[in-house]
Design a protein around this ligand. Sequence first.
Ligand SMILES: C[S@@+](CC[C@H](N)C(=O)[O-])C[C@H]1O[C@@H](n2cnc3c(N)ncnc32)[C@H](O)[C@@H]1O
Length: 577
Amino acid sequence: TDDEGCQLYLAPSQLKENASHGFGLGIFTGRHIYEGELLNDLNEIIIPLYDSSMLDITHPPLREYLWPTMGTLPELAIHSNDRMKSFWFAGGISSMAPCTSVNFNVENNAAGEMVGALRWNLNEDYGVPSREDPHAGSFSYRHNATYLAARDIAPGEELIVDCFDDNFDGLSLTDKKRNNMYKSNDVSYMCLDNVKSGESQVPGIGKGLLAGRSISKEKIILSSPVVPINRRDLIGDGTGKTVQSGINNYQLMLNYALGHDDSDLLLLPYGPFVNFINHPPPGKMANAVIRWHPFAENEIDVPRRMQFHHSELFQQYAKAVTETHGKGLVIDIVALDQINADDEIYIDYGSSWTKAWNDHVKRWRAPSGASTYRTADQWYNDRTLNPNPQIVRTVEEQKTDPYPGNLQTICYYDSDSKIVSVDEVNKIIYTYWDDDSMPHECMRPCKILERYPDSENPNEFMYTAEMLHFDGEEKFWFCAIREGKHISRDVTYDGILILDKPYTHDMFLEQAFRHEISVPEGFYPKEWMRPKVRRKEDTTVSRSDIGDEFRKKKVGEVLTKKQKMVEDNIKSSRSDL
Ligand SMILES: C[S@@+](CC[C@H](N)C(=O)[O-])C[C@H]1O[C@@H](n2cnc3c(N)ncnc32)[C@H](O)[C@@H]1O
């Protein structure tokens, strides 16, 4: 019957049995999805992680949930030529669906049709806070990690995402595995139909989680697996070093993590919708609470890597937990009251968070120039500031009609561009810009020297641009270009972006709010607290070494074919496989 059914649910993935496919739960559809459908209801928040060295040094579980920034957050990708250190994370499909480049059924929409957006890369939300507002830079301005159905997807099928690289087929799908229909009486099946994301009912705080229908008290609203993170990994570059002086020393990702003042273990929820949940505004009470998902009796029937409640983690110390891959601890968001359709769902972020927020608001001083400051996206989409969005200004025009000082022009430019001629004396390399190899894999700052009508399409312009070198550009980087001046003709409008200069976006503001969401009292076991907080008698608890197969391996041991490709700087993709 209808109420037995579920349109979207989590269940133990049947594709992750094999070690190379990740761990734990998958996302399943209970309805028929048609080829080409934009899964817009599954929009997710794009959460950046920038200049993160820790990922090179250790192989923390978080790494398995990160994607490269090139197509999605180009303003991070052009920080330096070391863009392999910047990533984005999103809950839902981006984190939970296994990936393959052959048998996938959904594909990332980053470069696709952005609803209402003129340009795919410029798609921050409308109504992001002003730089004068204490909310500035405290949450992600991008909520559009969306996917398109690459083929018809039948009820009971698990979502499998396109890896982005050309020849990785990790999955050997067999038809008998494709039918995992929802079972309402089984706690390892978690229905996600109760909720939808939308504008928060609290002004200025971005998006929120709304009830899609009425939910009765004590009912599970939503379930989500969590990935453990060492707190240190979200500070500076993850090795304790400041990324750049004068910018925030805490990654924005911290605001999306769960934690406890006395613990260095953070938990980042990565299921669909869960990152949208806000704290109630003054005068309102939380109508939901975080709890651990109950253990399913029948879990013992599935392989350990597909289980989601490894109770031995509760007996390990925080550090061991942060190094533990693949044991998907699962949380539930449970209704504390009757909730009506369209009500916003709030959890109490805790007294430590509330104090930090109130102190932040009291202390808040907007940076200078805040009243007129616009991010690249805000500027681009404001017709009073940018009346001709289809035209890029040349350097000559910029002398009288400059772009705001925080913006720069960026060009896509692959190192194999077609060389037309070389002026050996003046060391100038002339090339034709290559439009055929979209999507381009490399980009760099550029100067727009000239604009002229496209001979084949007189309504559009083409550009001559000088491609600039990065400071200290690495010679053996796959986007490296040879020394000298590179002047490229016939660059199209799609080849040029106007982006925020490095470290200027609100997310880098030194005074932007940073604090993790505090878990309810008693939610973290004592073992997860810092040693001085643990009481003596508790430290004698003997910790089990069951689960050693999930322990962190040394870098090198864990390099799968997929990771190797990423390491090799080949057009990359999610690195968990
Ligand atoms: C997990 S995110 C919630 C989703 C967020 N609204 C978004 O659109 O991405 C947590 C952040 O949301 C903002 N936030 C949530 N509840 C808030 C509240 N009651 N007052 C102020 N800011 C809040 C803060 O910036 C906080 O760090």
